[in-house]
Design a protein around this ligand. Structure first.
Ligand code: AMP
Length: 205
């Protein structure tokens, strides 16, 4: 087996439910969930990096690639050192990274992407409504303003959607993002359970 992290990507527009599903997935033995949005939000807002994050996220923009990937690498290494993430037995569920073609190129050195779950919702308006609801519930200032939400969706179309073309179409699986969390999780597990099983077999050998 390669010494890159074995991983799957949770992919989809802002508001598609990657975070909710990532958390659910992270509670299943053998999956380890890393969200770069959560990673950034744990930064001290007064620190140098925290200020950089704020200045981009408050406008619905992406943090520059190098800063993002460097922090993600340190964060992942630290979780490994602390034995929270066990790369030999856990399948890494990446949520929110890679988000640009440049990030994809860098990340491929460290991550072996075994599958991509593309959460698909039929309407953009549904995504906007979800983001507004979440912003109110979680007091997430970055998602609160309608113009920021629209920009996040534009940035997704322009910078993030092309990431899908960087992978073999055979590993990209579309899953319906609408439904109860349990229904959506059901769709995701149909895709991921066989991938996890095939990796566990390799590890056991
Ligand atoms: P999220 O919770 O995943 O929507 O992320 C919140 C914010 O964090 C985004 O709007 C970006 O500003 C920043 N962010 C998260 N992941 C990345 C990434 N891979 N690249 C650049 N910026 C990111």
């Amino acid at each position: 087996m390669s010494d890159r992290y074995q991983a799957i990507l949770l992919f989809g527009a802002p508001g598609a439910g990657k975070g909710t599903q990532g958390e659910l997935l992270g509670n299943i033995p053998g999956f380890f969930h890393i969200s770069t949005g959560d990673m950034f939000r744990t930064l001290d807002r007064h620190s140098e990096l925290g200020k950089v994050f704020d200045s981009y996220s408050s406008r619905g923009e992406l943090v520059p690639d190098e800063v993002t990937v460097d922090l993600w690498r340190e964060y992942t290494k630290a979780l490994t050192t602390l034995s929270k993430f066990k790369p030999r037995s856990d399948l890494l569920a990446l949520d929110g990274i890679p988000r640009t073609v440049a990030q994809t190129e860098i990340i491929k050195q460290y991550v072996d992407v075994r599958g991509i779950v593309h959460l698909v919702a039929p309407s953009t308006e549904e995504m906007v409504a979800r983001l507004q609801k979440r912003a109110m519930e979680q007091k997430r200032v970055d998602d609160a303003k309608i113009e920021v939400i629209r920009n996040r969706l534009d940035v997704y179309e322009r910078e993030t959607r092309p990431v899908l073309d960087q992978f073999d179409a055979s590993i990209v699986h579309e899953v319906n993002a609408l439904g109860t969390p349990a229904e959506v999780l059901g769709g995701i597990l149909q895709v991921l359970a066989p991938i996890q099983a095939s990796i566990s077999e390799l590890v056991a050998k």
